[in-house]
Design a protein around this ligand. Structure first.
Ligand SMILES: Cc1cc2nc3c(=O)[nH]c(=O)nc-3n(C[C@H](O)[C@H](O)[C@H](O)COP(=O)(O)O)c2cc1C
Length: 185
């Protein structure tokens, strides 16, 4: 078997019953054997402020280390007001500093947006991709992943719907190939 690649997974919703978090956990279960997904928590990161980053808070340092030591990055995000939720954007900004030492550069990435709404978080998905272009994260183009109607993706016991499973399976399989193709030497 090829090497196991570690994936730092960022979830853009902080609430306990988050559908996005459930999707992230489902993807971790469905991932092929050459990917190991680990959720990296972003909820305790102070809002990015260059002044406090002169002596970085422990939360910044820990987060940067968790991303840096991963082989790849996966973003699972809701859409807030047609864009990226603040905690997710904050985490992206924290990881991008100090200047010249970004944790993101060159790590194969992918974005999946998840919403109970019909559009599936399209706006958030593409705003996030804009940052990834600048951060030099090679981001999987296809399959695009906008999971709409996600309120029905899990039953009350938390079980993934059989109608959604193939979509997530296809996405994570393609991402595993993407990571394999774009891994850093
Ligand atoms: C501040 C705020 C703004 C939102 N804006 C959007 C939006 O633009 N598009 C959308 O599809 N859903 C929007 N929603 C609804 C979220 O998609 C919904 O709350 C979703 O369940 C969030 O994901 P989660 O279950 O992982 O927390 C918004 C929710 C909040 C709290």
């Amino acid at each position: 078997m090829s090497k196991v690649h570690t994936v730092a997974v960022l979830v853009g919703s902080l609430r306990k019953q988050s559908i996005n978090r459930k999707v992230a956990l489902a993807l971790a279960e469905l991932a092929p054997a050459n990917l190991k997904l680990n959720i990296v928590e972003i909820g305790d990161l102070p809002l990015y402020n260059e002044d406090i980053d002169v002596t970085p808070p422990a939360a910044y340092s820990t987060f940067r280390q968790q991303v840096s030591s991963s082989d790849a990055v996966l973003f699972v995000t809701p859409e807030y007001n047609r864009s990226v939720p603040a905690p997710m954007k904050n985490a992206i900004d924290v990881g991008s500093r100090p200047y010249g030492k970004s944790a993101w550069g060159g790590k194969p990435g992918a974005v999946i947006s998840v919403s109970p709404g019909a559009i599936g978080g399209f706006g958030a998905n593409h705003h996030l991709r804009q940052s990834l272009v600048f951060l030099n994260v090679p981001c999987m183009q296809q399959p695009e992943a906008y999971l709409g109607g996600a309120g029905a993706a899990f039953d009350e016991a938390g079980k993934l719907s059989e109608s959604v499973r193939p979509f997530l399976q296809g996405f994570i399989n393609a991402y595993a190939d993407w990571v394999e193709q774009h891994k850093k030497a």
